[in-house]
Structures are given as structure tokens and as C-alpha cells.
Design a protein around this ligand. Structure first.
Ligand SMILES: *Cc1c(COP(=O)(O)O)cnc(C)c1O
Length: 386
């Protein structure tokens, strides 16, 4: 088989596919001079609110801002401890930190989502909130997390940056807890042409606060009601998102098909830990923002795939938040540390063809059938050794 070039993510793909429509939308917005908090933005917010079944969707400049504003709007303040999974983007923690609160990282479990038992063990008198992260396009077991939150009177703020369209027991990510935030960063499943995010809530007063904070402390009536900041989604991005969102169901179906192909071809390799297969658990509907596998030979497998033209990625650059020493969150989380040393993201995006996925699978099978005898295992060895 000849060598192919399969990028991990093809940032030019959308323009190549939607060029005429994007140019027409841009032309329309520029002609209308409709740049900030205009009708397209309100339409987009309504589409997302309807889709998730939440009362309020308020767009912001990016999801990091969304989380930070959601925490502020729900009253998280200086000295409050907020529990989150260390296996997340640093933005989850920085949103806590920038409110003066204390980020408390905890372990994930086998499916890479926050471990409810670890949440319970991390609760102190100062704990105020939990941020479950709907990672890799999968929603956490929100029943268990809600029970813990109720028992200890904690708020839930969801980081659903990677979760748009995923569900737990038919309830969508972004619709749990007091507030949530979703990202439209270009590589996210619904990605715009730059930065974008949205805050979700059912709560009237939280919605008012989010509305005010994102727009300089101005109320819906235009009155100054407190300190705010500027964090608004550009109306041009909203207009483009309105177009892309029309195809969203098809996008999710395609990603689930890709996951099913990976599952079919890779599940026989004992050493690999694959994400849960689509429909393997009736409680979960996964949308596969990422396809994160684990291998005892991660470094060698990564090198082999890259040498064969296949783009892969180490999520978060290969370290989780509590391991980023500059942040000072000193803690030992052995399961998470072992998982991230074994973790690799395979290509999972709309530009990849079935033939290309088969090529990726073939190269992985070849690695396990012919090459592993000469390869060092990753230092943290296999999952059974925990
Ligand atoms: C992408 C991401 C964010 C941040 O989103 P931005 O829109 O880039 O600010 C936060 N949390 C997680 C889990 C993410 O993947």
C-alpha cells in the first residue's frame, strides 16, 4: 500500500467545501453592516437553545470566557474550591482560577470522564462546585454526579466544550447543572472560522448576569448594572454557524460511522483500549469530538503512524492539568498520569474518507502484527498494573 498523507485535522476543509456559501454570507453581513449582537446572533442562540432544550443560550467570544463568566454569574468567588477532572483542557482550570477560586483536579475513569468517586473524596468544607467535562464528545453519568452535588449542596457547571449533541439518558450535554459552556473553536465539532462559545442556563437570574457580564455590565434595557467585560460572539461568526448548524445531524452521524469503523477493525487488538463503541451503552449517545485510544506502545505507535503520513495528536500536548508544574496544582493522580502516557488521538473529522480510515486501521494492525516485538513499552506499561 502506498503512503498517504492524512492530516490530523484539515483546517482548510470547510472553506473548500462551503466557499460559495461562506462568501455569500460574508457579503450579506458586510452589506448590512451587522457586526455585533445582531439578528444572526440572536437566531443562532435560539437554534442552540432549542436544540439543547434549555431556556437561555447566550453567545460569548469563546468557551473559556463562557466558563469564566458562568462561574462568576453563579456566584463562584475567591477561596471557593471547584472540582474538575485533570484530563481536560487547561481552560477548565483557568476559568476557576481567574475567578479567584481554587481549581481542585481529580481522576478520570476508564472512559476518560471524571470519576464520581474521586469527586466525593475531594470534597471539603470549601467546595462550592463541580465542573464535569463532557470530554471527547461523551456526556458523563450525570445522575451520579447530580446525586453527589445534591448531597453536598454543590453547584454543577458543565464544561461541554467538546460535547455538543452528545447525551446521557437522552438529555443533551449543556442542559445539565446550573450553567454550561460550549466551544465553537475551529476543530470542535461545530467549529466556526475563529473563536466562539456559548453559555447555557435555565435560570433567569444567571442568564441576566451572563448577559450583563459579556457586554460591559449593561442590562437588556441598556442600563449599567455592575462590572462587566467584553466577550461577544461576532455576528459574522454567528451567521456562518447558522449555516453549519443546518448540517449538524449529518456531521454527528458521520463521526459515529467513523468510530464504528475504527471499532470494527481495531477491537481485536488486545493491547488497545478504544473509546466506547457507538450504541454500546444505551445511556450514552456519543458524538466523538475525539477518538482517543490507549496503547502500551504509544510512543512507538505514534512514530509509526506519523512515518506513514498519518497525523495524530497527544491531547493537551500529552500532559494533564495537574502535571503542568507552572500552575502549582501539586497532586498525584496515578490513573490519569498513566492514561495520558498511553493516550493518542486518531484522525476523526469530516474530511477523512472511509478508504483513509481503513488505511489508518491497516497501519495499526501492521504495527501490532509485525513491529511490537522490537518496541519498548511506554514506561507506565499496561492498564492492569494500576
Ligand atoms: C476547547 C475546550 C475548551 C476551550 O474552548 P475555547 O472556545 O477554545 O475557549 C474548554 N474545555 C475543553 C474541554 C475544551 O476542549
Amino acid at each position: 500500500m502506498s503512503t498517504k498523507r492524512i492530516p490530523f485535522f484539515n483546517y482548510k476543509f470547510f472553506y473548500e467545501n462551503y466557499r460559495d456559501e461562506i462568501l455569500a454570507i460574508t457579503d450579506d453581513i458586510l452589506k448590512r453592516g451587522a457586526f455585533i449582537l445582531q439578528q444572526d446572533t440572536r437566531d443562532f442562540e435560539q437554534h442552540i437553545a432549542d436544540y439543547l432544550g434549555v431556556k437561555y443560550a447566550l453567545s460569548v467570544a469563546n468557551c473559556t470566557d463562557g466558563l469564566e463568566i458562568a462561574l462568576k454569574a453563579t456566584g463562584i468567588t475567591s477561596g471557593d474550591e471547584v472540582i474538575f477532572p485533570s484530563h481536560t483542557f487547561v481552560a477548565t482550570a483557568s476559568a476557576i482560577h481567574s475567578n479567584g477560586a481554587v481549581p481542585v483536579p481529580v481522576e478520570c475513569k476508564k472512559d476518560h470522564l471524571i470519576d464520581p468517586q474521586a469527586i466525593e473524596m475531594a470534597i471539603t468544607d470549601n467546595t462550592k462546585a463541580i465542573i464535569p467535562v463532557q470530554l471527547n464528545g461523551r456526556t458523563c453519568d450525570m445522575d451520579t454526579i447530580q446525586r453527589i452535588a445534591d448531597k453536598h449542596q454543590l453547584l454543577i457547571i458543565e464544561d461541554a466544550a467538546q460535547g455538543l449533541g452528545s447525551a446521557f439518558k437522552n438529555k443533551k450535554a449543556g442542559s445539565f447543572g446550573l450553567a454550561a459552556a460550549i466551544s465553537f473553536y475551529p476543530a470542535k465539532i461545530l467549529g466556526c472560522l475563529g473563536d466562539g462559545g456559548i453559555v447555557l442556563t435555565d435560570d433567569d437570574s444567571v442568564a441576566d448576569r451572563v448577559y450583563e457580564i459579556r457586554d460591559h455590565g449593561r442590562s437588556r434595557e441598556g442600563h449599567m448594572v455592575g462590572w462587566g467585560r467584553n466577550s461577544r460572539l461576532d455576528n459574522l461568526q454567528a451567521a456562518i454557524l447558522n449555516r453549519l448548524f443546518q448540517d449538524y445531524d449529518r456531521v454527528i452521524t458521520r463521526r459515529r460511522t467513523i468510530a464504528a469503523i475504527y471499532q470494527e477493525h481495531l477491537s481485536h487488538i488486545d493491547d488497545l483500549v478504544l473509546p466506547p463503541a457507538p450504541d454500546s451503552d444505551p445511556n450514552h449517545f456519543d458524538v466523538y469530538q475525539n477518538y482517543e485510544i490507549e496503547s502500551s506502545y504509544r510512543d512507538a505507535l505514534e512514530k509509526h503512524l506519523n512515518e506513514n503520513g498519518i497525523g495524530t495528536l497527544r491531547q493537551w500536548g500529552g500532559i494533564t492539568v495537574h502535571q503542568m508544574s507552572a500552575l502549582g496544582l501539586t497532586k498525584k493522580l496515578p490513573f490519569t498520569e498513566q492514561m495520558i502516557a498511553r493516550s493518542l488521538l486518531l484522525p476523526m473529522n469530516l474530511s477523512i474518507t472511509n478508504e483513509e480510515i481503513h488505511y489508518v486501521c491497516h497501519k495499526i494492525e501492521y504495527f501490532y502484527e509485525n513491529l511490537i516485538h522490537f518496541q519498548p513499552k511506554n514506561k507506565n506499561l499496561s492498564i492492569e498494573n494500576i
